[in-house]
Design a protein around this ligand. Structure first.
Ligand SMILES: Cc1cc2nc3c(=O)[nH]c(=O)nc-3n(C[C@H](O)[C@H](O)[C@H](O)COP(=O)(O)OP(=O)(O)OC[C@H]3O[C@@H](n4cnc5c(N)ncnc54)[C@H](O)[C@@H]3O)c2cc1C
Length: 289
């Protein structure tokens, strides 16, 4: 049932410090609103647990893309348009630029934020596979503390994350080490635009003298959360690409991915299709190496 908007309040504190103070004073009372592209759908369908929005959309402190010698740091408030328009992200993190550019519509991309995509914690969201493949870290901030954790430890289950109710996602940090890596991303949906993925896969690998010496694979819609495919990675690391053993390696990698995937049947697809297509995407990446 639609929510009655007169029952909701929206506050836009002037500073990040004030937002954090309000979250600390009343943990669980407020819902942080960034671009609102997800929350407005939830409002429309009466799915919101709290009746108080705290807007962070206007906070310049959260909207940045910075580079250090070793990292690229993206503020949680950076929009998809900021990300796909960033020269450094397009050059060094093309999987992230690509996933930002196929998220929703241009209107969505102008408002929707990377932080909102992560914190909404949908297993089908577009940017998490790239962030998992790039081994991102996330910085969580509260009135009392700031902590950094690997993004692969952030999602705990369906719509469950490691973030406390008094915390905000502040920064997503990515290492600048992928110039020599082969990179792959593909989203399979009903259409080329405005589609939530049935399955998506992002992967990077460093191949030297024919051997895989570094590999990471992230997937959407293959589990109850964005999935880092560590079983497939374990099978592949150190292995030779091409040659006599290639067919057996592809078979083993496909089986490992199928073994760790736990997708569901839903209105967009079936678990069986998702596993088959996820394995096809992994195979396509391996053959491209
Ligand atoms: C028509 C339409 C099409 C869409 N298509 C796609 C698509 O193709 N792919 C896709 O992945 N998504 C899609 N979405 C979903 C949505 O646009 C994205 O998930 C978007 O990234 C949400 O970002 P936002 O800033 O609007 O988040 P909001 O709606 O403001 O917030 C989403 C959630 O994140 C929390 N949150 C936001 N920022 C923070 C923060 N810094 N710290 C802590 N919590 C925070 C909010 O409290 C809320 O729970 C679509 C949505 C619509 C309406």
């Amino acid at each position: 049932m639609r929510s009655d908007v007169t029952q909701f309040e929206l506050t836009a504190p002037a500073t990040l410090t004030e937002v954090l103070r309000r979250l600390a004073d009343n943990p669980g009372r407020h819902t942080v609103l960034a671009g609102g592209t997800e929350l407005m759908v939830a409002l429309n369908t009466g799915r919101l647990a709290t009746h108080s929005f705290l807007s962070i959309q206007h906070l310049r402190e959260l909207r940045f893309i910075r580079e250090t010698p070793d990292t690229i740091q993206i503020g949680a408030g950076a929009t998809f348009t900021d990300i796909r328009g960033s020269k450094i992200i397009c050059a060094e993190l093309p999987l992230l630029a690509q996933s930002a550019s196929w998220t929703g519509s241009v209107a969505n991309q102008n408002r929707g934020t990377l932080g909102g995509n992560i914190c909404n914690a949908s297993p089908a969201a577009d940017t998490p596979p790239a962030l998992l493949a790039y081994d991102a870290n996330v910085t969580l901030i509260s009135a009392a503390s700031m902590r950094e954790l690997p993004y692969r430890d952030f999602h705990l289950g369906y719509k469950r994350t490691a973030m406390r109710s008094d915390e905000l996602l502040h920064t997503i940090t990515l290492p600048r080490i992928y110039a020599g890596h082969r990179q792959y991303i593909r989203k399979v949906g009903t259409r080329n635009a405005q589609a939530i993925s049935k399955v998506a896969l992002a992967a990077i690998a460093l191949v030297e003298a024919g051997r895989i010496i570094d590999i990471r694979v992230g997937a959407a819609s293959l589990a109850d959360r964005p999935l880092r495919c560590t079983a497939a990675e374990t099978v592949l690391i150190g292995q030779t690409i091409g040659g006599e053993g290639m067919e057996a390696l592809v078979r083993k990698a496909r089986a490992a991915l199928a073994g760790e995937a736990e997708p569901i049947d839903d209105i967009r697809s079936t678990a069986k299709y998702r596993i088959a297509v996820g394995a096809n995407l992994l195979e396509e990446f391996l053959r491209s190496l």
